[in-house]
Design a protein. Sequence first.
Length: 305
Amino acid sequence: MSPVRIAVTLGDPRGIGPEVTEAALADREIAGAASFVRVGPDALVGPDGVGAGGWTAADGAPAAGRVAGEAIRRAVAMALAGEVDAVVTAPIDKAAFHAGGWNYPGHTEMLAELAAVPRVAMLMAAERTALGGPLRVVLATTHLALVCPRDRVTGRPGILTVVYGGGLALAAVYQILLYEPAAYTVLHNLCQGLAALPVIALAVMLGLALADPPPSLGALGARWLLGATLVGFVGPAIVLGVSGASGGQIPVNASAWVGFLFPLGAAMALRSAGHEPIVFARTASSASRSSTTRPSAAAARTTSS
């Protein structure tokens, strides 16, 4: 059986990429686990590597970013041609990367376009955690600014911009009218009502999903999540809304009594669907852990470097 072939891009040549790559490949366990091909500046890849262009320490940031991006492009081309089985990327400098002419937010988006894949996800994995079991986390968004971002979850430009802009405007008005009791009360009631709308919308969506639950969640998981939303979110939202409309006649502290049920119900929903939330990691059976396919130590260590 031929060894796994892995292309390793050296990243920005001014950074730690070349150094940590050499340190990792000097490890006998890693070097013996696969066949590695360095891809990067001509002077750094060695006789068995694949050059991505000339570069010297006297060159500026744009030149470093240009050769770092070219290394990624060539490594992906090698993978698509079947010359290697996988690609491991060392860190790049985003500013130099962009200055070098590559118009991508980062690795993820560039890899997606080069591979012609419309839907991608960034997965972070650990073979072992402090609680003993593996942990895998997929990001819902990547490279998403917190101020006036474009909505990359729904694909509808402007949605989050309106939400963030409205929130900032309300915060500004709140500060301006902080010592105007009548105006403050109106603003307070408005915010209480707005807070309830997305929670109610979530409950309605989950209710509709019961007829055709997502495969990744299942019917039982959808019921758990709907129940947790109704008790832990909708209930407190109603209390807050009534409190705001009545001028504070109902103490909002009562909503905190059931708020904790939402994360608990969400964890139960994940568990019922076959996922293992971290809160249950200690109770997971050794059989279920042993059945989980773990990445090889060599691949994990090389990726982390």
